[in-house]
Ligand binder design. Structure first.
Ligand code: AMO
Length: 434
């Protein structure tokens, strides 16, 4: 008999036939005449019912503890009294694969830190926590599907770097055979290098490290980044168009695969967004948020500003997504292209979903001299990034791309309060374990 999903196996089995199930002890009710054991696997729960007879099976069941891993062979019986699907299993053999120690280190009253400490038990005991990773799998698969249809090649760029990438701030430093190395805070330089290598459309899903001492519900020090870089674009509009189509495909795929489960467990509906997504300039966004002006030095949107913009766009267009474009050069990295005649702006965007930034993207400056001047203007020395800059000295095509935070996307998609719940093992300034 195959071992698989509990309700599926037991429920589809003709009463009277024998099956083997495998799972964890969710609950034990050891009564005077009867022993009831609820077994859970990822798909649900099933009741195992044993009438005491003084035999060896009774002793085995009596010794069970919550969360023990067991394999039980028995006869399926229809029993309308059983609340779990009107079926039960009458055990014949019980193999205790791993007896759980008692008591368990966590229970229903355990707070968020304790649940992080015992994350494997936390996830195992709450099937809804597992659903997050199933949805994540579908999201990544749909992204790949879309990217491949669009001619992307999946690349894996190094996460160990000899010099700090991008700004140099927020990088983790580590020892490397007597020298210093850094953990990549983005595949930015390498995905552009792949463009210079003639990989016309680059796609990468990989780890991103940020040494940010941020304690918000939206920040982690290690997250999964989805990066895209496209060569031969006409403008940054090509990048935004790629991303909105990708997200529409992702959400359609997620809705089909998990829409009902997401609605049931997370009380939120997955809707496929209309295309194109609304676009507004940073100047317009700042008017809405009231948090600065496009010409002032502090022309960036903080989180409250993003929420205000998201709310306004939703009210005016009914759309949950908003591209904010034309960020001032002062708040953007040196490699963002500055539009002709607008040197104080960049051909860049952030994508907000329900008021949360999930993406940054831009057309890149591909002209060596201009790029060098912009780096110098930002106070960066060219020597440490000579390998990157060399890409622009020997025929680099115009290109642009974006980076999307997978945890942020899942957070919004499932209406989670914290990125911790979208991450299997969270990493923050105060958390390096388990
Ligand atoms: P940026 O730094 O905006 O851009 O990062 C891209 C996206 O990554 C997510 N993100 C984070 N998620 C969780 N915790 C964090 N600490 C965190 N920081 C960022 C966000 C963000 O939008 N190289 C550019 C992208 C590009 O231009 O292609 C970059 O890294 O969702």
């Amino acid at each position: 008999t195959p071992i698989s999903a509990l309700p599926a196996v037991v429920g589809s089995t003709v009463a009277g036939s024998t099956v083997t199930i495998a799972g964890w002890v969710q609950a034990l009710r050891l009564q005077r005449a009867m022993q009831f054991i609820i077994i859970r696997d990822h798909s649900g729960t099933v009741q195992v019912t044993h009438r005491r007879d003084g035999g060896p099976l009774e002793a085995v069941l009596e010794g069970l503890t919550a969360e023990s891993a067991v394999r039980i062979t028995g006869q399926v019986k229809a029993n309308p009294v059983v609340s779990l699907g009107g079926i039960e299993l009458i055990p014949e053999t019980v193999a205790v694969e791993n007896l759980a120690q008692a008591p368990l280190p966590i229970d229903e009253r355990t707070g968020p830190e304790g649940r992080q400490d015992w994350r494997f038990l936390d996830v195992r005991r709450r099937p809804v926590a597992r659903l997050v990773f199933e949805v994540q799998t579908t999201v990544e698969q749909a992204m790949r599907e879309f990217a491949f249809t669009e001619g992307c090649t999946e690349m894996h760029t190094p996460k160990l770097m000899g010099t700090a990438s991008e700004s140099g701030a927020e990088v983790f430093e580590l020892g490397y055979f007597g020298r210093k190395a850094y953990l990549a805070q983005s595949p930015q330089f390498y995905k552009q290098m792949a463009i210079a290598a003639g990989v016309d459309r680059v796609f990468e899903i990989g780890p991103v490290f940020r040494a940010e001492p941020s304690f918000t519900s939206r920040h982690t020090t290690e997250f999964t980044g989805v990066d895209v870089e496209l060569a031969w674009i006409d403008s940054v509009e090509d990048v935004m168009s790629f991303e909105e189509q990708m997200l529409a495909h992702v959400l359609a795929t997620v809705a089909a695969a998990h829409g009902a489960a997401i609605e049931e467990h997370f009380k939120t509906e997955v809707t496929v967004p209309r295309l194109p997504f609304p676009r507004l300039t940073m100047a317009e966004a700042l008017q809405i948020s009231g948090t600065g002006s496009a010409d002032s030095g502090r022309a960036d949107l903080d989180h409250a500003g993003e929420q205000a913009v998201g709310a306004r766009v939703l009210a005016e267009t009914g759309h949950e997504f908003a591209f904010v474009t034309e960020y001032p050069a002062s708040v953007r990295p040196f490699y963002h292209l500055r539009p002709d005649g607008k040197p104080q702006l960049t051909a860049s965007f952030d994508l907000l979903w329900k008021g949360l930034e999930i993406t940054t993207g831009a057309q890149r400056e591909h002209r060596y001299d201009v790029l060098l001047a912009q780096a110098t203007e930002k106070g960066l020395r060219p020597e440490p990034m000579a390998d990157y800059l060399n890409c622009f000295r020997y025929g680099c095509p115009p290109h642009g791309g974006f980076g999307l935070g997978l945890g942020r996307l899942l957070m919004v998609l499932l209406g989670l309060d914290s990125i911790r719940d979208a991450t299997f093992l969270f990493r923050g300034p105060n958390r390096l374990t388990p």
